[in-house]
Design a binder for this molecule. Structure first.
Ligand code: KIV
Ligand code: ZN
Length: 523
Protein backbone atom coordinates (compact mmCIF):
# COMPACT_ATOMS: atom_id res chain seq x y z
CA UNK A 1 0.00 0.00 0.00
CA UNK A 2 1.42 3.42 -0.90
CA UNK A 3 0.63 6.37 1.32
CA UNK A 4 0.38 9.90 -0.04
CA UNK A 5 3.61 11.73 0.64
CA UNK A 6 4.06 15.42 1.30
CA UNK A 7 5.19 17.38 -1.73
CA UNK A 8 8.30 19.51 -1.32
CA UNK A 9 8.40 22.46 -3.70
CA UNK A 10 11.64 22.94 -5.59
CA UNK A 11 12.52 26.62 -5.98
CA UNK A 12 15.46 27.05 -8.33
CA UNK A 13 17.53 30.22 -8.07
CA UNK A 14 20.32 29.38 -10.55
CA UNK A 15 19.39 32.43 -12.61
CA UNK A 16 19.41 34.78 -9.61
CA UNK A 17 21.55 33.65 -6.67
CA UNK A 18 23.61 31.37 -8.95
CA UNK A 19 24.21 33.94 -11.64
CA UNK A 20 25.25 36.38 -8.91
CA UNK A 21 28.40 34.34 -8.42
CA UNK A 22 31.39 36.43 -9.65
CA UNK A 23 32.24 35.35 -13.20
CA UNK A 24 29.02 33.38 -13.78
CA UNK A 25 27.44 35.84 -16.20
CA UNK A 26 24.98 34.33 -18.65
CA UNK A 27 23.74 35.89 -21.85
CA UNK A 28 20.05 36.61 -22.41
CA UNK A 29 19.67 33.59 -24.71
CA UNK A 30 21.43 31.33 -22.22
CA UNK A 31 19.12 32.45 -19.40
CA UNK A 32 16.08 31.66 -21.55
CA UNK A 33 17.47 28.24 -22.40
CA UNK A 34 18.23 27.36 -18.76
CA UNK A 35 14.77 28.58 -17.68
CA UNK A 36 13.10 26.40 -20.27
CA UNK A 37 15.13 23.36 -19.15
CA UNK A 38 14.16 24.04 -15.51
CA UNK A 39 10.52 24.35 -16.53
CA UNK A 40 10.68 21.06 -18.48
CA UNK A 41 12.37 19.21 -15.63
CA UNK A 42 9.53 20.04 -13.23
CA UNK A 43 10.94 22.86 -11.08
CA UNK A 44 7.98 24.36 -9.21
CA UNK A 45 9.29 27.92 -8.93
CA UNK A 46 12.04 29.54 -11.01
CA UNK A 47 13.62 32.66 -9.55
CA UNK A 48 14.50 34.21 -12.88
CA UNK A 49 16.43 37.29 -11.76
CA UNK A 50 16.46 40.62 -9.99
CA UNK A 51 14.50 42.92 -12.32
CA UNK A 52 15.59 46.26 -10.80
CA UNK A 53 19.26 45.32 -11.17
CA UNK A 54 19.61 46.12 -14.86
CA UNK A 55 17.67 46.40 -18.11
CA UNK A 56 19.17 43.04 -19.04
CA UNK A 57 17.85 41.34 -15.90
CA UNK A 58 14.43 42.91 -16.41
CA UNK A 59 14.27 41.74 -20.03
CA UNK A 60 15.32 38.20 -19.11
CA UNK A 61 12.78 37.87 -16.28
CA UNK A 62 9.95 39.23 -18.48
CA UNK A 63 10.70 36.89 -21.36
CA UNK A 64 11.09 33.90 -19.07
CA UNK A 65 7.73 34.81 -17.47
CA UNK A 66 6.04 34.94 -20.87
CA UNK A 67 7.52 31.64 -22.03
CA UNK A 68 7.05 29.52 -18.90
CA UNK A 69 4.71 26.57 -19.34
CA UNK A 70 4.42 24.95 -15.91
CA UNK A 71 6.69 26.72 -13.45
CA UNK A 72 5.81 29.71 -11.32
CA UNK A 73 8.11 32.61 -12.27
CA UNK A 74 9.51 34.68 -9.47
CA UNK A 75 11.54 37.89 -9.41
CA UNK A 76 13.54 39.30 -6.52
CA UNK A 77 12.96 42.76 -5.03
CA UNK A 78 14.46 44.62 -2.08
CA UNK A 79 12.10 46.09 0.51
CA UNK A 80 11.49 49.16 -1.61
CA UNK A 81 8.36 50.14 -3.49
CA UNK A 82 10.32 50.87 -6.71
CA UNK A 83 11.98 47.44 -6.65
CA UNK A 84 8.66 45.69 -6.07
CA UNK A 85 6.89 47.59 -8.87
CA UNK A 86 9.70 46.78 -11.30
CA UNK A 87 9.60 43.15 -10.25
CA UNK A 88 5.86 42.96 -10.82
CA UNK A 89 6.24 44.56 -14.27
CA UNK A 90 8.64 41.76 -15.18
CA UNK A 91 6.74 38.75 -13.80
CA UNK A 92 3.13 39.79 -14.32
CA UNK A 93 2.75 38.07 -17.71
CA UNK A 94 3.59 34.66 -16.28
CA UNK A 95 0.72 32.16 -15.95
CA UNK A 96 1.80 31.96 -12.35
CA UNK A 97 3.82 34.98 -11.12
CA UNK A 98 5.49 35.46 -7.74
CA UNK A 99 7.15 38.49 -6.10
CA UNK A 100 9.98 37.70 -3.69
CA UNK A 101 10.87 40.59 -1.43
CA UNK A 102 13.48 40.58 1.32
CA UNK A 103 15.34 42.64 3.89
CA UNK A 104 18.32 41.82 6.13
CA UNK A 105 16.98 41.38 9.68
CA UNK A 106 20.05 40.37 11.71
CA UNK A 107 21.77 43.05 13.85
CA UNK A 108 24.59 43.35 11.31
CA UNK A 109 22.19 43.79 8.42
CA UNK A 110 19.89 46.19 10.29
CA UNK A 111 22.87 48.45 10.94
CA UNK A 112 23.56 49.10 7.27
CA UNK A 113 20.35 50.96 6.31
CA UNK A 114 20.43 52.26 9.87
CA UNK A 115 16.91 51.17 10.71
CA UNK A 116 15.93 50.33 14.26
CA UNK A 117 13.76 47.30 14.95
CA UNK A 118 10.49 49.25 14.84
CA UNK A 119 11.40 51.12 11.67
CA UNK A 120 12.32 47.88 9.95
CA UNK A 121 9.08 46.23 11.10
CA UNK A 122 7.15 49.13 9.61
CA UNK A 123 9.08 48.84 6.33
CA UNK A 124 8.25 45.14 6.15
CA UNK A 125 4.57 45.80 6.69
CA UNK A 126 4.47 48.47 3.96
CA UNK A 127 6.45 46.58 1.35
CA UNK A 128 4.86 43.16 1.80
CA UNK A 129 1.36 44.73 1.72
CA UNK A 130 2.33 46.61 -1.43
CA UNK A 131 3.58 43.41 -3.07
CA UNK A 132 0.42 41.55 -2.06
CA UNK A 133 -1.77 44.26 -3.58
CA UNK A 134 -0.04 43.55 -6.88
CA UNK A 135 0.27 39.77 -6.75
CA UNK A 136 -1.48 36.91 -4.92
CA UNK A 137 1.75 34.98 -4.58
CA UNK A 138 4.27 36.79 -2.36
CA UNK A 139 7.41 35.37 -0.81
CA UNK A 140 9.18 37.21 1.97
CA UNK A 141 12.70 36.59 3.29
CA UNK A 142 14.39 37.89 6.42
CA UNK A 143 17.94 37.84 5.04
CA UNK A 144 20.50 36.40 7.48
CA UNK A 145 17.61 34.82 9.39
CA UNK A 146 19.90 32.30 11.09
CA UNK A 147 21.79 35.16 12.80
CA UNK A 148 18.68 37.18 13.67
CA UNK A 149 17.50 37.34 17.33
CA UNK A 150 14.80 34.66 17.65
CA UNK A 151 12.15 36.96 19.18
CA UNK A 152 12.66 39.59 16.52
CA UNK A 153 12.55 36.95 13.80
CA UNK A 154 9.16 35.73 15.12
CA UNK A 155 7.90 39.29 15.26
CA UNK A 156 8.83 40.18 11.66
CA UNK A 157 7.59 36.89 10.24
CA UNK A 158 4.23 37.45 11.92
CA UNK A 159 4.07 40.94 10.36
CA UNK A 160 4.96 39.56 6.92
CA UNK A 161 2.24 36.90 7.18
CA UNK A 162 -0.36 39.42 8.35
CA UNK A 163 0.68 41.72 5.47
CA UNK A 164 -0.03 38.98 2.93
CA UNK A 165 3.11 36.89 2.43
CA UNK A 166 2.20 33.38 1.28
CA UNK A 167 5.71 31.88 1.55
CA UNK A 168 8.18 32.61 4.32
CA UNK A 169 11.74 31.83 3.36
CA UNK A 170 14.40 31.36 6.03
CA UNK A 171 17.79 32.18 4.49
CA UNK A 172 21.02 30.96 5.98
CA UNK A 173 22.73 33.72 4.03
CA UNK A 174 26.29 33.08 5.16
CA UNK A 175 26.10 29.28 5.47
CA UNK A 176 26.41 29.43 9.26
CA UNK A 177 23.81 26.99 10.53
CA UNK A 178 24.10 23.22 11.12
CA UNK A 179 21.49 20.48 10.54
CA UNK A 180 20.08 20.19 14.06
CA UNK A 181 19.88 23.96 14.43
CA UNK A 182 18.29 24.33 10.98
CA UNK A 183 15.58 21.82 11.94
CA UNK A 184 15.00 23.38 15.39
CA UNK A 185 14.59 26.84 13.92
CA UNK A 186 11.93 25.79 11.40
CA UNK A 187 10.08 23.67 13.95
CA UNK A 188 10.02 26.45 16.56
CA UNK A 189 8.96 29.12 14.07
CA UNK A 190 6.05 27.00 12.84
CA UNK A 191 4.99 26.39 16.46
CA UNK A 192 5.50 29.93 17.75
CA UNK A 193 4.50 32.37 14.99
CA UNK A 194 0.77 33.07 14.74
CA UNK A 195 -0.46 32.22 11.23
CA UNK A 196 2.60 30.08 10.43
CA UNK A 197 0.54 27.04 9.50
CA UNK A 198 -1.28 29.04 6.80
CA UNK A 199 1.89 29.69 4.78
CA UNK A 200 4.66 27.60 3.24
CA UNK A 201 8.02 27.71 5.01
CA UNK A 202 11.07 27.60 2.74
CA UNK A 203 14.71 26.85 3.42
CA UNK A 204 17.50 28.72 1.59
CA UNK A 205 20.98 27.53 2.50
CA UNK A 206 24.47 28.52 1.48
CA UNK A 207 27.31 26.05 1.54
CA UNK A 208 30.11 27.89 3.36
CA UNK A 209 30.60 25.03 5.80
CA UNK A 210 29.65 22.31 3.31
CA UNK A 211 26.31 21.70 5.08
CA UNK A 212 23.79 23.27 2.69
CA UNK A 213 22.24 19.98 1.56
CA UNK A 214 22.10 18.55 5.08
CA UNK A 215 20.65 21.80 6.46
CA UNK A 216 17.96 21.92 3.74
CA UNK A 217 16.90 18.31 4.32
CA UNK A 218 16.83 18.84 8.08
CA UNK A 219 14.57 21.87 7.55
CA UNK A 220 12.21 19.75 5.43
CA UNK A 221 12.02 17.08 8.13
CA UNK A 222 11.06 19.86 10.55
CA UNK A 223 8.25 21.22 8.38
CA UNK A 224 9.70 23.33 5.56
CA UNK A 225 7.96 22.50 2.27
CA UNK A 226 10.07 24.49 -0.19
CA UNK A 227 13.79 24.03 -0.85
CA UNK A 228 15.68 26.85 -2.54
CA UNK A 229 18.60 25.59 -4.58
CA UNK A 230 20.68 25.92 -7.72
CA UNK A 231 21.94 23.53 -10.38
CA UNK A 232 25.45 22.29 -9.51
CA UNK A 233 25.18 24.31 -6.27
CA UNK A 234 26.18 27.39 -8.28
CA UNK A 235 26.29 30.54 -6.17
CA UNK A 236 28.46 33.10 -4.46
CA UNK A 237 31.39 31.89 -2.34
CA UNK A 238 30.86 28.16 -1.69
CA UNK A 239 27.51 28.28 -3.48
CA UNK A 240 23.91 27.38 -2.67
CA UNK A 241 22.22 24.06 -1.91
CA UNK A 242 22.61 21.86 -5.00
CA UNK A 243 19.26 20.94 -6.57
CA UNK A 244 20.52 17.56 -7.77
CA UNK A 245 21.68 16.62 -4.26
CA UNK A 246 18.46 17.38 -2.39
CA UNK A 247 16.27 15.89 -5.10
CA UNK A 248 18.29 12.66 -5.34
CA UNK A 249 18.61 12.40 -1.55
CA UNK A 250 14.82 12.57 -1.22
CA UNK A 251 14.43 9.98 -3.97
CA UNK A 252 17.12 7.51 -2.87
CA UNK A 253 16.39 7.80 0.88
CA UNK A 254 12.64 8.05 0.54
CA UNK A 255 12.44 5.28 3.14
CA UNK A 256 13.58 7.70 5.86
CA UNK A 257 12.58 11.00 4.21
CA UNK A 258 9.14 10.29 2.77
CA UNK A 259 8.68 13.42 0.66
CA UNK A 260 8.23 13.71 -3.07
CA UNK A 261 9.28 16.36 -5.59
CA UNK A 262 8.04 16.90 -9.14
CA UNK A 263 11.53 16.73 -10.66
CA UNK A 264 12.20 14.46 -13.62
CA UNK A 265 15.59 13.30 -12.37
CA UNK A 266 16.57 11.94 -15.81
CA UNK A 267 17.00 15.54 -16.92
CA UNK A 268 19.55 16.38 -14.21
CA UNK A 269 22.76 15.58 -16.07
CA UNK A 270 21.89 17.54 -19.18
CA UNK A 271 20.96 20.70 -17.31
CA UNK A 272 24.03 20.33 -15.09
CA UNK A 273 26.26 20.32 -18.17
CA UNK A 274 24.47 23.27 -19.72
CA UNK A 275 24.73 25.34 -16.53
CA UNK A 276 28.40 24.48 -16.23
CA UNK A 277 28.96 25.53 -19.82
CA UNK A 278 27.04 28.77 -19.82
CA UNK A 279 28.23 29.89 -16.39
CA UNK A 280 31.83 28.88 -17.10
CA UNK A 281 31.93 27.08 -13.73
CA UNK A 282 33.33 23.60 -14.20
CA UNK A 283 31.80 20.87 -12.02
CA UNK A 284 34.40 19.31 -9.71
CA UNK A 285 35.16 15.73 -10.73
CA UNK A 286 34.05 14.21 -7.42
CA UNK A 287 30.92 16.37 -7.01
CA UNK A 288 27.96 14.30 -5.75
CA UNK A 289 25.48 13.21 -8.46
CA UNK A 290 26.83 15.25 -11.41
CA UNK A 291 30.64 15.01 -11.09
CA UNK A 292 32.51 13.16 -13.83
CA UNK A 293 33.58 10.53 -11.27
CA UNK A 294 30.26 10.26 -9.41
CA UNK A 295 29.52 6.92 -11.09
CA UNK A 296 33.06 5.86 -12.06
CA UNK A 297 34.50 2.80 -10.36
CA UNK A 298 38.26 2.80 -10.63
CA UNK A 299 39.52 0.21 -8.16
CA UNK A 300 39.67 -3.49 -9.05
CA UNK A 301 37.49 -4.56 -6.11
CA UNK A 302 34.81 -2.03 -7.00
CA UNK A 303 34.87 -2.93 -10.71
CA UNK A 304 34.60 -6.62 -9.91
CA UNK A 305 31.68 -5.98 -7.54
CA UNK A 306 29.96 -3.77 -10.10
CA UNK A 307 30.20 -6.39 -12.81
CA UNK A 308 28.64 -9.01 -10.54
CA UNK A 309 25.90 -6.78 -9.17
CA UNK A 310 25.76 -3.00 -9.70
CA UNK A 311 24.05 -2.52 -6.34
CA UNK A 312 27.25 -3.63 -4.57
CA UNK A 313 28.67 -0.15 -4.86
CA UNK A 314 25.88 1.89 -6.43
CA UNK A 315 22.99 3.42 -4.49
CA UNK A 316 21.41 4.90 -7.61
CA UNK A 317 21.68 4.10 -11.29
CA UNK A 318 23.43 6.49 -13.68
CA UNK A 319 20.32 6.34 -15.91
CA UNK A 320 18.26 7.81 -13.03
CA UNK A 321 20.09 11.13 -13.42
CA UNK A 322 20.25 10.96 -17.20
CA UNK A 323 23.69 9.49 -17.77
CA UNK A 324 23.54 7.27 -20.84
CA UNK A 325 24.81 3.71 -20.25
CA UNK A 326 28.39 2.98 -21.37
CA UNK A 327 28.43 3.50 -25.09
CA UNK A 328 31.01 3.07 -27.79
CA UNK A 329 32.87 6.13 -29.03
CA UNK A 330 32.12 7.48 -32.52
CA UNK A 331 34.80 7.71 -35.20
CA UNK A 332 35.35 9.25 -38.61
CA UNK A 333 33.22 6.59 -40.31
CA UNK A 334 30.19 7.27 -38.11
CA UNK A 335 27.27 8.76 -40.00
CA UNK A 336 24.65 11.39 -39.26
CA UNK A 337 22.14 8.92 -37.82
CA UNK A 338 24.69 7.64 -35.29
CA UNK A 339 25.60 11.19 -34.35
CA UNK A 340 21.96 12.22 -33.94
CA UNK A 341 21.22 9.15 -31.79
CA UNK A 342 24.31 9.71 -29.62
CA UNK A 343 23.45 13.39 -29.17
CA UNK A 344 19.91 12.45 -28.15
CA UNK A 345 21.38 10.07 -25.52
CA UNK A 346 23.37 13.00 -24.21
CA UNK A 347 20.24 15.14 -23.97
CA UNK A 348 20.66 17.22 -27.14
CA UNK A 349 17.74 16.87 -29.57
CA UNK A 350 19.15 18.19 -32.85
CA UNK A 351 16.96 19.68 -35.57
CA UNK A 352 17.97 19.02 -39.21
CA UNK A 353 19.90 22.29 -39.67
CA UNK A 354 21.68 21.97 -36.36
CA UNK A 355 22.60 18.37 -37.18
CA UNK A 356 24.11 19.56 -40.47
CA UNK A 357 26.37 22.10 -38.68
CA UNK A 358 27.32 19.76 -35.87
CA UNK A 359 28.09 16.96 -38.31
CA UNK A 360 30.64 19.16 -40.11
CA UNK A 361 32.33 20.00 -36.81
CA UNK A 362 32.19 16.36 -35.73
CA UNK A 363 33.90 15.23 -38.97
CA UNK A 364 36.64 17.85 -38.48
CA UNK A 365 37.20 16.55 -34.97
CA UNK A 366 37.10 12.89 -36.03
CA UNK A 367 39.80 13.63 -38.62
CA UNK A 368 42.09 14.84 -35.87
CA UNK A 369 41.07 12.36 -33.21
CA UNK A 370 40.67 8.61 -33.66
CA UNK A 371 37.86 8.14 -31.18
CA UNK A 372 35.25 10.78 -30.37
CA UNK A 373 33.91 10.20 -26.85
CA UNK A 374 30.73 11.52 -25.19
CA UNK A 375 32.70 14.27 -23.43
CA UNK A 376 34.16 15.37 -26.78
CA UNK A 377 30.66 15.71 -28.19
CA UNK A 378 29.49 17.69 -25.16
CA UNK A 379 32.46 20.05 -25.60
CA UNK A 380 31.65 20.31 -29.29
CA UNK A 381 28.04 21.26 -28.53
CA UNK A 382 29.27 23.87 -26.07
CA UNK A 383 31.54 25.45 -28.68
CA UNK A 384 28.76 25.34 -31.24
CA UNK A 385 26.41 27.18 -28.86
CA UNK A 386 29.10 29.78 -28.11
CA UNK A 387 29.66 30.27 -31.85
CA UNK A 388 25.95 30.92 -32.43
CA UNK A 389 26.05 34.06 -30.31
CA UNK A 390 26.48 37.33 -32.15
CA UNK A 391 29.95 37.95 -30.75
CA UNK A 392 31.77 41.19 -31.46
CA UNK A 393 35.15 39.45 -31.45
CA UNK A 394 35.95 36.26 -33.39
CA UNK A 395 39.19 34.36 -34.00
CA UNK A 396 39.64 33.88 -37.77
CA UNK A 397 43.11 32.27 -37.85
CA UNK A 398 46.03 31.68 -35.56
CA UNK A 399 49.57 30.48 -36.23
CA UNK A 400 51.98 30.11 -33.33
CA UNK A 401 55.71 29.44 -33.39
CA UNK A 402 57.01 27.92 -30.17
CA UNK A 403 59.81 25.71 -28.86
CA UNK A 404 63.04 25.96 -26.93
CA UNK A 405 64.26 28.97 -28.95
CA UNK A 406 62.18 32.00 -27.98
CA UNK A 407 60.59 34.37 -28.40
CA UNK A 408 57.33 32.56 -29.04
CA UNK A 409 55.33 34.34 -31.70
CA UNK A 410 51.62 34.44 -32.55
CA UNK A 411 50.21 35.54 -35.92
CA UNK A 412 46.56 36.29 -35.39
CA UNK A 413 43.66 37.34 -37.59
CA UNK A 414 40.55 38.43 -35.71
CA UNK A 415 37.18 39.76 -36.81
CA UNK A 416 36.25 42.77 -34.71
CA UNK A 417 32.77 44.21 -35.23
CA UNK A 418 32.65 42.66 -38.70
CA UNK A 419 36.12 43.80 -39.84
CA UNK A 420 39.19 41.56 -40.21
CA UNK A 421 42.36 42.76 -38.45
CA UNK A 422 45.71 41.03 -38.12
CA UNK A 423 48.83 41.32 -36.00
CA UNK A 424 51.91 39.51 -34.78
CA UNK A 425 52.91 39.45 -31.09
CA UNK A 426 55.52 37.75 -28.97
CA UNK A 427 55.25 36.49 -25.40
CA UNK A 428 56.55 34.29 -22.67
CA UNK A 429 55.25 31.04 -24.16
CA UNK A 430 52.68 30.39 -26.91
CA UNK A 431 49.61 31.22 -24.81
CA UNK A 432 51.08 34.49 -23.59
CA UNK A 433 52.03 35.44 -27.16
CA UNK A 434 48.48 34.66 -28.31
CA UNK A 435 46.84 36.68 -25.53
CA UNK A 436 49.20 39.59 -26.30
CA UNK A 437 48.12 39.43 -29.94
CA UNK A 438 44.43 39.58 -28.94
CA UNK A 439 45.19 42.53 -26.68
CA UNK A 440 47.08 44.32 -29.46
CA UNK A 441 44.07 44.00 -31.77
CA UNK A 442 41.43 44.73 -29.16
CA UNK A 443 42.77 47.06 -26.50
CA UNK A 444 41.19 46.55 -23.08
CA UNK A 445 41.90 47.00 -19.39
CA UNK A 446 40.54 43.63 -18.25
CA UNK A 447 42.79 41.50 -16.04
CA UNK A 448 43.23 37.79 -16.39
CA UNK A 449 41.98 36.25 -13.12
CA UNK A 450 42.02 32.57 -14.00
CA UNK A 451 43.50 30.39 -16.72
CA UNK A 452 42.76 26.67 -16.44
CA UNK A 453 43.28 23.73 -18.78
CA UNK A 454 41.60 20.30 -18.51
CA UNK A 455 41.89 17.33 -20.84
CA UNK A 456 38.37 16.36 -21.99
CA UNK A 457 39.34 12.70 -22.42
CA UNK A 458 42.55 10.67 -22.24
CA UNK A 459 45.42 10.36 -24.75
CA UNK A 460 47.73 12.84 -26.46
CA UNK A 461 45.10 13.59 -29.11
CA UNK A 462 42.56 14.57 -26.42
CA UNK A 463 40.74 17.87 -26.64
CA UNK A 464 41.69 20.45 -24.04
CA UNK A 465 38.98 22.52 -22.39
CA UNK A 466 40.29 25.92 -21.40
CA UNK A 467 38.55 28.27 -18.95
CA UNK A 468 39.54 31.93 -18.77
CA UNK A 469 38.15 34.41 -16.26
CA UNK A 470 38.60 38.16 -16.86
CA UNK A 471 37.87 41.08 -14.55
CA UNK A 472 37.20 44.72 -15.46
CA UNK A 473 36.00 47.38 -12.99
CA UNK A 474 34.83 44.76 -10.51
CA UNK A 475 32.86 42.84 -13.16
CA UNK A 476 33.98 39.36 -14.10
CA UNK A 477 33.20 37.02 -16.96
CA UNK A 478 34.34 33.49 -17.75
CA UNK A 479 34.91 32.05 -21.22
CA UNK A 480 35.46 28.42 -22.20
CA UNK A 481 36.47 26.55 -25.31
CA UNK A 482 37.72 23.12 -26.36
CA UNK A 483 40.09 22.05 -29.12
CA UNK A 484 42.70 19.36 -29.73
CA UNK A 485 45.14 22.28 -29.92
CA UNK A 486 45.51 23.79 -26.45
CA UNK A 487 46.67 27.16 -27.78
CA UNK A 488 43.68 27.47 -30.12
CA UNK A 489 41.33 26.52 -27.24
CA UNK A 490 43.07 29.17 -25.08
CA UNK A 491 42.66 31.88 -27.73
CA UNK A 492 38.97 31.07 -28.20
CA UNK A 493 38.31 30.92 -24.43
CA UNK A 494 40.05 34.29 -23.95
CA UNK A 495 37.98 35.89 -26.70
CA UNK A 496 34.82 34.23 -25.35
CA UNK A 497 35.49 35.81 -21.93
CA UNK A 498 36.06 39.22 -23.55
CA UNK A 499 32.79 38.93 -25.50
CA UNK A 500 30.95 38.16 -22.26
CA UNK A 501 32.59 41.08 -20.54
CA UNK A 502 31.41 43.33 -23.37
CA UNK A 503 27.85 42.07 -22.85
CA UNK A 504 28.16 42.85 -19.15
CA UNK A 505 29.38 46.36 -19.97
CA UNK A 506 26.29 46.92 -22.13
CA UNK A 507 23.72 45.36 -19.78
CA UNK A 508 24.92 47.15 -16.66
CA UNK A 509 25.00 50.66 -18.09
CA UNK A 510 21.51 51.40 -16.76
CA UNK A 511 20.40 50.73 -13.21
CA UNK A 512 22.18 48.35 -10.92
CA UNK A 513 24.44 45.47 -11.63
CA UNK A 514 23.37 42.24 -9.90
CA UNK A 515 26.99 41.53 -9.10
CA UNK A 516 27.53 44.87 -7.36
CA UNK A 517 24.07 45.89 -6.11
CA UNK A 518 24.09 46.23 -2.36
CA UNK A 519 21.41 43.94 -1.02
CA UNK A 520 21.49 45.70 2.30
CA UNK A 521 21.02 49.14 0.76
CA UNK A 522 17.57 49.99 2.02
CA UNK A 523 17.05 53.24 0.18
O1 KIV B 1 21.08 34.26 0.77
C1 KIV B 1 20.16 35.09 0.89
O2 KIV B 1 19.87 35.61 1.97
C2 KIV B 1 19.43 35.47 -0.31
C3 KIV B 1 18.22 36.30 -0.11
C4 KIV B 1 18.14 37.41 -1.10
C5 KIV B 1 17.01 35.44 -0.11
O3 KIV B 1 19.77 35.03 -1.40
ZN1 ZN C 1 21.18 33.32 -1.14
Amino acid sequence: MTTKQDHVLIFDTTLRDGEQSPGATMTHAEKLEIASLLDEMGVDIIEAGFPIASEGDFAAVSEIAQNAVNSTICGLARAQIGDIDRCWEAVKHAKSPRIHTFIGTSPLHRAIPNLNKDEMAERIEQTVSHARNLCDNVQWSPMDATRTEYDYLCRVIEIAIKSGATTINIPDTVGYTAPRESADLIKRLIEDVPGATDVVFATHCHNDLGMATANSLAAVEAGARQIECTINGLGERAGNTALEEVVMALKVRNDIMPFQTGIDTKKIMHISRRVSTVSGFAVQFNKAIVGKNAFAHESGIHQDGMLKNAETFEIMRPEDVGIAGTSLPLGKHSGRAALRAKMADLGFELGDNQLKDIFVRFKELADRKKEVFDDDLIALMRDHAAGEQSDRLKIKSLKVVCGTEGPQTADLVMEIDGEDRSTQATGDGPVDATFNAVKALFKHQAHLQLYQVHAVTEGTDAQATVSVRMEEDGKTATGQSADTDTVVASAKAYVNALNRLLIRRETTEIGYDTKTVRYTDAN
